[in-house]
Structure formats: structure tokens, C-alpha cells
Design a protein around this ligand. Structure first.
Ligand code: FEO
Ligand code: CA
Ligand code: CA
Length: 710
């Protein structure tokens, strides 16, 4: 059934681990706390924390009803930002997408592969002009000045807003997660990078904002050198807001502690109903190092917990700017690891880092708005044995799209409560043996609690709910706060996203090969496999503004022919094999889409449709695969199009610039280039509303994707 199946052989190459994550999986597990699982202790802490929180701020605890994202419900708030209606579209016949396409066969092609009857094309590549007047890309003659005007490296998050005033024009915002210097620079010497190479890498990080226009001949999208176009890099000024600002964030260059240069390792994210983009600063730890020494035990504990080593960093940036030197500038590292908010509609705006949402390796941040306008942000901390968080706003969203409402909403993430999750299973512990065998009640499922960590009240006062930690400490050392309250150690929380139609929250846990190994925590019902190579997808029914939830595993990924995989109870002989779920997205009908990173089944990563309800619940269908060495990022699924970011094509331990593993997308003998791709159903040539009407999912947009189906 799986001609390419080579169990146990991960597609993820070591070079990717080093440059994307600072090789975190080769380092010791940063979470060495002995958290109790769940149960009495966590419940007691939760109860005490909630009581304390209750004295601080009135939470919208009555807002427990899941908001159906109907046009009427959204219209009452009129939160549509600048992206048109937020209508989630009508449900398909099963309350889910009609996944009528013929699935793509698992493959190792050096190409983007889509189902028969569909086509795809590159939208924009690393090095293509972003800002008007930017030079064309020249691999052999790169410069920092050019890169700062061109598309950055390794695109990840994608958000697409339709433009109100221009038909078939869209504003694309993309993260550039990291640079892979050996693939960018001929003759790169890891021990002795040049200043120009380092400065090019700074410019290749951050985000791009690019206007796109629909093609009239097919479903393609082409960049336009529009007035909103912008590059944000590792040198762009940001405003750091919230409880972190103060003694832990002041530096020599910034005595205020509130003005940070740049954003780093921006991974997934989402968008807000007021038309801004949220982006997660993920593996920021790897950019900091020192030729000096750090000896203070408390500081070493803080650094260790974030996987930061007081040694030479892989990119050696500390040799070129002392702010990356942990000994010389100890607070600079406290200014990264936040949810970032960017307003793509104002190219002169100063982006914000929101410290009220905590500091960890934020995979992303996605939005749910309750029926009373309370804003809830979900965010995973992507590390083995780390936690799931959410932020619940104190204020409600201001209605309307005027400048006043928008300005008010752009402060809404300043005030609220940050929570961390505990998961409890409902099956006997003895039935969770680490093999992945489904327990006797037929499901991996249970309940959970949200434990408050930090509240910022309407007067801006921050209150810690964690014994022995100040508000600024909780904000900066959020992982340590989660440890103290007994949060549940998960198998790498990646993208977490609420469905725009049902409000259910879906979380990708990508893998954790250390589960149950070498004294690390054993399997539990939410993380049910030891040496978990393939990951799982959790479905959460959350009391969004409240403190309790129910959960179950929708998918336990892996080879469908093996006993340790589970596809929601669906017939496993009829599914597309899936491994290492990473990004979660929704089409306008509420259909779930999952993309993968590091597929351990021996074929290229891809984008899958996943049925969440009806008789096909748990069915996976592979819609698109990416080229050799690449990961599928930032999926957006529209009425007639799907967008993906192809990150790190050709990244391979055996490849080099002289001998590339991929020649995608330019073919011939070219170097691989990370790029944004659009796919469409043949015959589609744009048209009014085709890719319009964004939902509050990760930039997914209106209409019914069913029209993409044959
Ligand atoms: Fe950048 Fe957790 O993936
Ligand atoms: Ca159970
Ligand atoms: Ca990711």
C-alpha cells in the first residue's frame, strides 16, 4: 500500500534541525520538572489560582456558548477588519468539506504535486522583489541591502486578506522563520561567517507583506509592487508591551526595555478580526550565545529551561552584535519569544510584541471570539514535554471597522489572563501502556483544566497567580510558571486553532521520540505512545473564556497498516497515511486541513484534508505534496484555491550548493528556493469573491472549497 514506506526513517534532515531549531531534539529535554500528571494537585492549584484570579479581574465566565461563525453572529460585532466579511460559509452535507478529489499518492518527487484536475504555480520565491524598486535576486551576488527589500528565506505562516478597494487583489503576510546559511552562501564557513553573510541572514528573517493580484488566465496569483508592501527584518523596531517590560528587558541600547530590534524564528500564527497578523517567535534560543561565561545558577536555570546554551551559537551572531552575547547583554534574550502583532495595512506601523501572552517557543497564536466579544488566543509551546496555553481578554472587542474601534481592538491583547492547560484521561492508567493501543472505552479522551498564570487588569496592573513568581517573572519565564502549577507535558504542541464553524479547537502534536524513553515521562492518554515518531491531533471542546474543556484524539498519526495509528475510528484501509502534523487550517465550510513537517513514513510532506464529523470522521486525504527536503507550511484553503509555503526545499545533510538535493522551483541546475505556492482547480480563473472573505482561522477565506472539488 505504501511503496515508499520506510518505517523509522525520518525525512527531517539534521541540517534542518540545526538551522531551524538550534538542534533542540539533540539537546537534553529542557523540561526536567517532576510535574504531577493531573488530578488532585493540579485541580487544587487550579481552584486556588482561580479564586485568587477572581479577586483581580472579572472574567467573562458566562460566555460559554460556542460561537457559530455565521454571518449574522459576526455581523453583530462587525469585526471584519479590512478583510471583508468574516462569514465562515455554509456547511457541506456532512458538516464538513466534500473531499471529492482523488488523493495524491505519497511520493518523493522534487515537485509540488496536486490531484488530477488541479494545477499549481509559484507565487513568490526567496529573493524576489517585495518593496518597489527592489533589485532582482542574484544568488551569486547577494547583499544585505538587497535582501532587506526582497522576499526572506524559509517562509512559514501565510495570511491573506482580500483588499476592500481592489477586486481580485489580496494582501499576503508571510513569516520568514529562519536562514539556512550553507544553502544560501557558496563557500559558507560555519566557523567564520562574514559580516555580510550575517547581515544578509538578519535581513532574511522576519516577515514580508506583499500585494497579490489574481491572474486572468488561470488560478495563479502574482506579486504586485503595491504601497502596502513591506519587509520586517531582525533590525526592524518593535514595541514590547505588557508585564515583561522593566528590569528584565532593559538593555544598554534600550534603557526603556520596550523597544526591541527585530523578530526571530517566526513560525505559525493567525490573524485577528481587526485585520492584523499574529505571529509566534519560536526557537529564538538558538540565536544567542557567548564567548564569555554565565555562572549565576538562577540564570543558568532560566537559560536551560529555554534550551539556551551559554556557548558559541551556531550562527555566531554574538561575534557581530553584542546584543546576541548572553554574557555582555543578559536581557536581550528576554525580548524574544513572544506573540508578535503586525498591522499589514500600515507599512509605517511599529509591530508589537505582546508579553501578556507569555514568553515561550510560541508556535503561533490563533483567535476565537466568544459571543460576547471576548477574544481568546490559543498558543502551543513547541518543545518536547512542553505546554498548551491560552489568553482570555478582559475587554471585549469593539464593534465596527472605524479607526477608533480598530485602535481600541489593537490594545485588546494588553489586558487579560494567561492560562496553561492540564489534561486528564478518563481511561484506567493501566490501559495506556505506550503502545498506542486504543483503551477499552474506544477513545483517547478526557477532560482538562486551564490554570491561571498571570492577569493584567483594566488599569494595567499585572498580578501573578504563581507562588514565588512576580508578574514580570511569569511573563518572561512563562515555562517556569507552567512547571510550578503542574501543567501537562505534551508531545510538542505545534499549531492550535479553533474551528470557525464549530468553535472546537484542534491541536497538532507533532512527535516526541523521547516520550517514555531514558527516564522521561511515560505515555498518558493525551500522549499515548512511547517513542512517538508520528504525532497526534487533539480535538478540544473548550469553554473558551472559562477554565474547563473536554478533549479527544482525532488522529494518532502513522502508518495505517500499523496497530498504533488511529484515524478517528474511520476505516484505516481508506486513508492517506499521515505523519508529524504541524499546521492546522480550516476551509470556509469548516473542513479541517493539516500539513506535515518531517513525515517519518519516508515520503514528502504534504497538506491533508481531514474529516471531523459525519461517517467519514477521521478520514485523511492527501491534497498536495511538496518537493524533496521541504516542509508544508502556512496552509490556507479558499473557495477555489489553496496556498502553501514550501519551506526549506532541498535541505539535506548530503546536499551542498555544488550538489543540490532539489532544483525546485526554477529547475535545471538551479539552487532550491523557499517559495509560496498556490494550487487551484483547472478552469478556475479568479472571479469576484473567489478568494474573499477571510475567516478568523489562519487566514482561510470565504466561499465553499467544494467548488475546487471535481
Ligand atoms: Fe517552526 Fe514548531 O515549527
Ligand atoms: Ca478514554
Ligand atoms: Ca510549525
Amino acid at each position: 500500500m505504501l511503496p515508499l514506506l520506510t518505517p523509522g526513517i525520518s525525512n527531517r534532515q539534521h541540517i534542518t534541525c540545526v538551522y531551524r531549531c538550534g538542534d533542540q531534539c539533540a539537546a537534553p529535554v529542557p523540561n526536567t520538572t517532576t510535574n504531577p500528571y493531573f488530578g488532585d494537585i493540579a485541580t487544587e492549584i487550579s481552584r486556588r489560582g482561580a479564586l485568587r484570579a477572581a479577586g483581580v479581574v472579572a472574567l467573562a465566565v458566562g460566555a460559554t456558548q460556542v460561537l457559530p461563525r455565521t454571518a449574522a453572529a459576526q455581523g453583530s460585532l462587525d469585526p471584519s477588519g479590512l478583510g471583508g466579511s468574516l462569514d465562515g460559509g455554509s456547511l457541506g452535507p456532512h458538516g464538513t468539506l466534500d473531499t471529492g478529489f482523488e488523493p495524491v499518492a505519497p511520493n518523493t518527487a522534487d515537485a509540488v504535486t496536486v490531484p488530477a484536475g488541479h494545477s499549481s504555480d509559484v507565487v513568490i520565491r526567496w529573493g524576489d522583489p517585495v518593496v518597489p524598486g527592489a533589485p532582482e535576486f542574484d544568488f551569486e551576488n547577494q547583499s544585505a541591502a538587497a535582501q532587506a527589500q526582497q522576499y526572506g528565506f524559509n517562509c512559514d505562516l501565510a495570511v491573506l486578506f482580500p483588499m476592500d478597494d481592489r477586486d481580485e487583489r489580496f494582501l499576503l503576510t508571510v513569516n520568514h522563520e529562519y536562514s539556512t546559511e550553507p544553502m544560501m552562501f557558496r563557500g559558507y564557513d560555519e566557523e567564520n561567517p562574514t559580516r555580510e553573510q550575517v547581515e544578509i541572514a538578519w535581513a532574511a528573517h522576519g516577515l514580508s507583506v506583499v500585494e497579490l493580484a489574481s491572474r486572468t488566465t488561470d488560478g495563479g496569483l502574482d506579486p504586485v509592487m503595491g504601497s502596502y508592501n513591506r519587509r520586517i527584518t531582525a533590525l526592524t523596531p518593535f514595541e514590547l508591551r505588557g508585564p515583561a517590560v522593566g528590569r528584565l528587558t532593559r538593555t544598554t541600547a534600550d534603557p526603556t526595555g520596550a523597544r526591541v530590534l527585530g523578530t526571530l524564528n517566526n513560525c505559525a500564527g493567525g490573524h485577528t478580526p481587526w485585520g492584523t497578523v499574529l505571529s509566534g517567535e519560536e526557537n529564538f534560543n538558538q540565536y544567542f550565545g557567548t564567548p564569555g561565561e554565565v555562572t549565576d545558577p538562577a540564570r543558568l536555570e532560566q537559560l536551560d529551561r529555554y534550551g539556551i546554551t551559554a556557548d558559541t551559537s551556531d550562527r555566531r551572531w554574538e561575534e557581530f552584535d553584542s546584543r546576541f552575547d548572553l554574557a555582555a547583554e543578559p536581557n536581550e534574550v528576554h525580548r524574544f519569544g513572544y506573540i508578535v502583532e503586525v498591522d499589514p495595512w500600515d507599512p509605517d506601523s511599529t509591530p508589537v510584541k505582546h508579553s501578556a501572552l507569555g514568553r515561550f517557543k510560541h508556535e503561533g497564536g490563533t483567535v476565537h471570539v466568544t459571543d460576547d466579544g471576548t477574544v481568546v488566543i490559543y498558543s502551543g509551546d513547541d518543545e518536547r514535554f512542553d505546554y498548551l496555553y491560552k489568553f482570555v481578554s478582559s475587554r471585549r472587542m469593539a464593534p465596527g471597522r472605524g479607526a477608533t474601534a480598530r485602535a481600541e481592538n489593537m490594545r485588546i491583547l494588553d489586558e487579560g489572563t494567561l492560562y496553561v492547560a492540564t489534561f486528564t484521561g478518563n481511561s484506567p492508567a493501566g490501559e495506556i501502556d505506550g503502545s498506542g493501543a486504543v483503551p477499552s472505552d474506544g477513545a483517547f479522551d478526557g477532560t482538562g483544566s486551564w490554570i491561571p498564570l498571570l492577569t493584567v487588569d483594566a488599569a494595567g496592573n499585572a498580578v501573578s497567580h504563581v507562588d514565588g513568581m512576580s508578574p514580570e517573572e511569569v511573563s518572561v519565564f512563562t515555562r517556569l510558571a507552567g512547571d510550578r502549577v503542574g501543567a501537562t507535558k505534551m508531545d510538542r504542541p505545534e499549531d492550535v486553532e479553533p474551528s470557525p464553524t464549530t468553535g472546537k479547537v484542534y491541536m497538532a502534536l507533532t512527535n516526541n521520540t523521547d516520550r517514555g524513553v531514558d527516564g522521561n515521562p511515560a505515555a498518558d492518554e493525551a500522549n499515548p505512545r512511547h517513542t512517538n515518531k508520528h504525532g497526534q491531533v487533539v480535538e478540544i471542546t473548550d469553554d473558551h473564556a472559562g477554565t474547563s474543556f473536554g478533549w479527544n484524539l482525532l488522529l494518532v498519526c502513522g502508518d495505517p497498516e500499523e496497530a498504533d495509528s488511529y484515524f478517528g475510528g474511520f476505516d484505516k484501509s481508506k486513508v492517506s497515511p499521515i505523519s508529524c502534523p504541524d499546521n492546522v487550517a480550516f476551509d470556509p465550510s469548516g473542513g479541517l486541513w493539516v500539513s506535515t513537517d518531517g513525515n517519518s513514513l519516508g515520503f514528502n510532506d504534504g497538506l491533508y484534508s481531514v474529516s471531523v464529523s459525519g461517517p467519514n470522521r477521521g478520514e485523511t486525504k492527501l491534497f498536495l505534496t511538496v518537493p524533496v527536503g521541504a516542509e508544508t507550511c502556512g496552509p490556507l484553503v479558499f473557495a477555489d484555491r489553496a496556498l502553501v509555503n514550501v519551506q526549506h526545499p532541498g535541505e539535506s545533510d548530503t546536499a551542498s550548493i555544488e550538489n543540490p538535493a532539489s532544483h525546485w522551483p526554477d529547475g535545471g541546475s538551479s539552487q532550491p528556493r523557499p517559495s509560496t505556492v498556490v494550487a487551484w482547480k483547472d478552469g478556475f480563473t479568479g472571479g469576484a469573491g473567489s478568494t474573499g472573505a477571510g475567516s478568523t482561522g489562519a487566514g482561510s477565506a470565504g466561499g465553499a472549497f467544494g467548488s475546487l472539488v471535481p
